[in-house]
Write a protein that binds this ligand. Structure first.
Ligand code: EPZ
Length: 438
């Protein structure tokens, strides 16, 4: 079982240098699912080489999609869909696999997809995905852990769909299905994350008719067929924010390239309140740590353009070293504080009350054996390790490999003392902690 060892000190070595940000995992996955909507090839550039991407590629191959993935260019061609069932053993590994449901149903009229199940950060239901498809005329049956969906004889019909909760995945599934439905579909209270904008922009390149891109109301005019496209994947704003916080924590200065502060409006304001400084550049920005102490700031996660839930754990790591105390409220997922006990093992002072964590800053952290519980928690432990006195060994780093391309080398190149090693111990999943499935 691989582990990552970080050697830090109480007065951390400032991270200094330049980091190229990769394409966004959370844009890549829906974009890959969109390949099912056409029999023409789609080429993605700036495609990150991540475990989740390979997992979805395997599922698409199972459906009959031909794929090539050389360096950071992926080409997918769904000439025909050979298998309409997304099996449990593939879907359980990565819950975003449920995004194949809308495209296969829209193109083929029927689909069978395993329920993705919950994971470490929450129950992660898909009721909003199914509600939207039913409004479009689909007959949905849940049988033995599978979603069995059938479109009307003459295909999915356009509909008006108001989401009671903002859902990224449900918006993506219904948006893709609506591109091939008969008539007009209106999505109200849709998610408007940059990854959805990127998906919509690619669908338009494929011939889809979509209005309201970037807003919470999307209007899609169905078309008979979609063509292929060439699409550069948008930068990963969560990777961007993670490295920006690493710079702030270590007293460093990083130039992040291939990204943009426009992807992180509220995050930028929140970090500026801690004293962190940002300077936009032609192809990204420079982030500089606060001069003097890190100011403690309260934060509440929210759907875009609010503060991203996927940067909550990383912000908490920053606040463990701030002056004063900060209240961090997680409004999106019901169980996204599993990094708290691990940070506490490193000397952080955090108390939980419902969905709010109160973090009292300490002078410094101490290295410890810790365990990654989910993708974003794992990176927050690595950043804490960079600022902790002594060695921090992070276990279960397969979580990390799902969402951060080449993180060791990116941090090493900026002065981080970090290396991956194979550990003799086998960390058995005794079933107590549910596996995180993204
Ligand atoms: C996407 O997950 C991201 N994953 C998550 O990133 C991200 O945290 C999340 O959006 C919120 O921004 C991908 O894009 C692959 P949701 P998703 O549907 O689509 C509830 C990471 O670390 N809900 O917006 O699953 C749900 O329980 C991952 O990269 C329903 O109730 O998130 C949650 O409380 C973690 N019914 C809230 O909505 C539904 O049918 C937001 O979930 C769907 C969702």
């Amino acid at each position: 079982m691989d582990k990552i060892r970080i050697t830090g000190s109480a007065s951390p070595k400032p991270l200094k240098g330049k980091i190229k940000i990769s394409g966004a995992k959370n844009a890549t996955l829906p974009l890959m699912a969109a390949s099912l909507l056409t029999d023409q090839p789609i080429k993605f550039t700036n495609c990150p080489r991540l475990a989740d991407v390979f997992t979805l590629e395997a599922l698409l191959n199972h459906h009959g999609v031909e794929s090539t993935f050389v360096k950071n260019t992926m080409t997918l061609t769904a000439s025909t869909i050979k298998d309409h069932c997304a099996p449990y053993d593939l879907v359980r590994k990565m819950r975003a696999s449920v995004l194949v449901l809308g495209p296969i149903l829209a193109r083929e009229g029927h689909a069978k997809v395993s329920l993705p199940g919950g994971c470490a950060i929450g129950t992660r239901p898909v009721d909003l995905h199914l509600m939207g498809l039913e409004k479009m005329g689909a007959i949905i049956e849940i049988d033995q852990g599978y979603i069995k969906a059938k479109a009307p004889q003459n295909g999915l019909q356009g509909a008006e769909i108001a989401f009671p909760t903002v859902s990224v995945g449900a918006t993506e599934n219904i948006l893709m299905a609506a591109t091939l439905a008969k008539g007009t579909t209106k999505l109200i209270n849709a998610a408007s994350e940059p990854e959805i904008t990127d998906l919509a922009n690619c669908l338009v390149k494929m011939g889809a008719k979509i209005e309201g891109i970037g807003t919470s109301t999307l209007i899609i005019e169905g078309v008979k067929k979609l063509s292929g496209a060439i699409h550069p994947i948008v930068a990963d704003r969560i990777e961007t924010g993670s490295y920006a916080i690493a710079a702030a924590m270590t007293g460093g200065e990083l130039e992040l390239v291939g990204t943009s502060l426009d992807l992180l409006p509220t995050f930028k304001e929140t970090l500026e309140a801690t004293g962190t400084m940002f300077t936009p550049t032609e192809n990204g920005f420079i982030v500089k740590a606060p001069e003097g102490s890190i100011k403690s700031v309260d934060m509440k996660t929210a759907p875009f353009p609010g503060y991203p839930t996927d940067l909550q754990a990383q912000f908490m790591a920053l606040m463990t070293l701030a002056e004063g105390s900060s209240n961090i409220t997680e409004t999106i997922f019901e169980n996204r504080f599993m990094h708290v006990p691990e940070l506490a093992r490193m000397g952080a002072d955090i108390t939980l009350s419902g969905r709010t964590a109160t973090v009292r800053g300490v002078n410094h952290l101490k290295g410890a054996e810790v365990m990654a519980t989910d993708l974003r928690a794992s990176v927050s432990l690595i950043m804490a390790g960079l600022c902790a006195e002594g060695e921090t060994n992070v276990g279960r780093i397969y979580h990390l490999d799902r969402g951060y391309e080449d993180i060791e080398n990116k941090l090493k190149a900026c002065g981080g003392n970090i290396r991956r090693y194979r550990d003799g111990d086998t960390v058995k999943n005794d079933g107590s902690a549910k596996e995180y499935t993204g």
